[in-house]
Design a protein around this ligand. Structure first.
Ligand code: HEM
Ligand SMILES: *[C@@H]1O[C@H](CO)[C@@H](O)[C@H](O)[C@H]1NC(C)=O
Length: 534
């Protein structure tokens, strides 16, 4: 009897949840001008169209979500749409005014979608990334950002400049031995990984291999590769169509592949715990001023974190995850665009010449000279052109094509659109940053878009651009915590490599068209690398 009643209740709940609510949302948002991606089928949403789109995947694909929107709306993605691949729909926004309101006056009503936290809990725990925006989260953010205060930032950047310089030297000696082909994405990936590892875990840690389990096999991987595979696996898990539809499974790992994934998260967390314990011992023997400025040491000295290993592991995992792939993708794209635009590369080299003095050959600049000219003060006051290139690169291909889902905490109205509490909302960065009304010829790489004295600074109608049109780091109180750090990394790594190396695209079809490179896409960018020696 009890079983039968429970089954009936469950069925009623499902009818309510998967039919009534779905059609309610469909009607409610459509009435307000949100364009539905399709008719939501009970349980399946608009999965069938999506599967059809997935079949057309090739190397020139943007991410699956963007291609789906393009397909459904015939290349003309509306400013307001509702994506019915998700059971109850997900709002997708590319209106810069709406985005701006959401980051400013309406920001206090915004929250991250709670399911993101549930799905990533096993690895990220309570970390700032998906925690609710309460006082504790704000306090943690404040404590964590002390890792980027001026002296510490400088010391992190110095180690990155130094690592980059050494990497370039190593590449030069390879070229001299006749080894002159590389995969740009892999090359930058290795450099950034090493750099970020040093920033988080310090220079002297020995880089242990970790056992990664996949399909019953165990591979011994470096921390970084381990982390990449793990995050790709977790992403795949969270995008799984069945998972999207069955919320109650968010906290669970189901089936063999997911069980292996779970084991891998445990391996990583155990490894970081071990590192914390070793480091505590080591620091005991040092005077406070001798303790190096890396992220782990910052946590070990911070009142909020130092007594709780689990919280420290959460933030270490988050920083690795948030920092490595994003920055790699950004820099790999930047160097690819430089191969396509000779004039931009030349202008960049002229800026290097100007800063070091015209009589200097830029290929002769020493590590010490770089460290001096790429100090924080100088990168802010001197390196103007590089900053424009960096911005344009983040515009044309934001490493995260869209935000993670957000929600509002109560029913509110933004620019006349009524949004219901808890409804997932995505800000689509790629859509915003390629909007032809705001960015004339959006597919052209034009750094001068960020030069206030250039005509490219304005829209086609000669108006100022809306600030919601460029937000690769999100905005408001949950804006990327590493934004300034990431920007500084780009400004430091770019000139050091450009002063010495020239990349040349090997595949002819890629010279015409760059295969997109968003987070976890990992295309192969085969390049010939040549010495630049002027
Ligand atoms: C070019 C490189 C980067 C880009 C484009 C980027 C972009 C973003 C974006 C879009 C978000 C919001 C995620 C969401 O939609 O929920 C975010 C959050 C975050 N990022 Fe970054 N990021 C970059 C580099 C970094 C680096 C280097 C670090 C750390 C050292 C970092 C740490 C974080 C953290 C901790 C958050 C969560 C902040 C919060 O929710 O309060 N990011 N980032
Ligand atoms: C660490 O913090 C978490 C989350 O706030 C808490 O559940 C846990 O009990 C704490 N552990 C210790 C050892 O204090």
């Amino acid at each position: 009897m009890i079983i039968q009643i429970s089954l009936i209740l469950l069925a009623l709940y499902f009818i309510y949840d998967r039919i009534y609510l779905v059609y309610y949302n469909y009607w409610y948002y459509k009435k307000q001008g949100f364009k539905p991606t399709g008719l939501p089928l009970p349980f399946l949403g608009d999965i069938l169209t999506f599967l059809k789109v997935l079949k057309t995947q090739d190397e020139f694909w943007e991410d699956a979500h963007y291609e789906y929107l393009r397909h459904v709306f015939n290349d003309d993605i509306p400013q307001y749409s509702i994506d019915f691949r998700y059971p109850r729909g997900m709002l997708v926004i590319t209106d810069p005014d709406f985005v701006f309101e959401s980051y400013s006056t309406k920001n206090k009503y915004f929250e991250k979608f709670p399911r993101s936290r549930a799905m990533s809990k096993k690895i990220l725990g309570e970390s700032v990334l998906f925690a609710p925006a309460d006082e504790l989260q704000a306090l943690k953010r404040k404590h964590l950002s002390s890792a980027f205060y001026k002296d510490k930032m400088q010391s992190l950047l110095n180690s990155i400049i130094s690592t980059t310089f050494d990497t370039v030297q190593e590449t030069i000696s390879q070229i001299n031995k006749g080894v002159d082909e590389l995969d740009l994405n892999q090359y930058i990936g290795k450099l950034i990984l090493e750099s970020i590892q040093i920033c988080i875990f310090g220079v002297n840690e020995k880089l242990e291999l970790l056992p990664f389990k996949q399909k019953g096999k165990i591979d011994q991987l470096s921390q970084g590769v381990f982390m990449n595979r793990l995050s790709a696996g977790l992403l795949e898990r969270s995008n799984n169509i069945f998972r999207i539809n069955f919320e109650f499974l968010d906290n669970h790992f189901v089936g063999k592949a997911e069980k292996e994934l779970e084991e891998n998260t445990k391996t990583l967390r155990r490894f970081i715990l071990n590192m914390i314990n070793l480091r505590r011992e080591k620091n005991k023997a040092l005077k406070p001023e001798e303790i190096p400025h890396d992220f782990l040491n910052m946590l070990l000295q911070d009142d909020l974190f130092k007594d709780n290993e689990s919280l420290m592991i959460d933030e270490c995992c988050t920083f690795m995850l948030a920092a490595t792939q994003t920055t790699t993708t950004t820099l790999s794209n930047l160097f690819f665009y430089l191969t396509k635009y000779d004039s931009i590369r030349t202008k960049l080299r002229n800026e290097i010449k100007d800063i070091f003095g015209q009589q200097k050959m830029i290929s002769q600049i020493s590590k010490e000279e770089w460290l001096q000219k790429l100090s924080l003060d100088e990168i802010q006051s001197q390196w103007k052109y590089i900053f424009m290139i960096a911005q344009e690169n983040l515009r044309i291909e934001p490493p995260l094509r869209k935000s993670t889902p957000q929600i509002v905490t109560q029913d509110i109205e933004i620019l006349g659109k009524k949004i219901l509490k808890g409804m997932p909302i995505i800000f689509h960065f790629l859509g915003l940053q390629r909007n032809p009304n705001e960015w004339p010829e959006p597919m052209q790489f034009i750094p001068e878009r960020f030069d206030p004295s250039s005509k490219h600074f304005l829209t086609a109608e000669g108006k100022k651009r809306k600030s919601g049109s460029f937000t690769p780091f999100l905005g408001g109180r949950r804006i990327c915590l590493g934004k300034t750090f990431a920007e500084n990394i780009i400004k430091c790594v770019t000139p050091v490599i450009t002063s010495r190396l020239d990349f040349e695209v090997l595949k002819p079809e890629y010279r015409e068209r760059k295969p997109p490179n968003g987070l976890f896409a990992e295309p192969v960018y085969l390049m010939k690398v040549k010495l630049y020696d002027q």
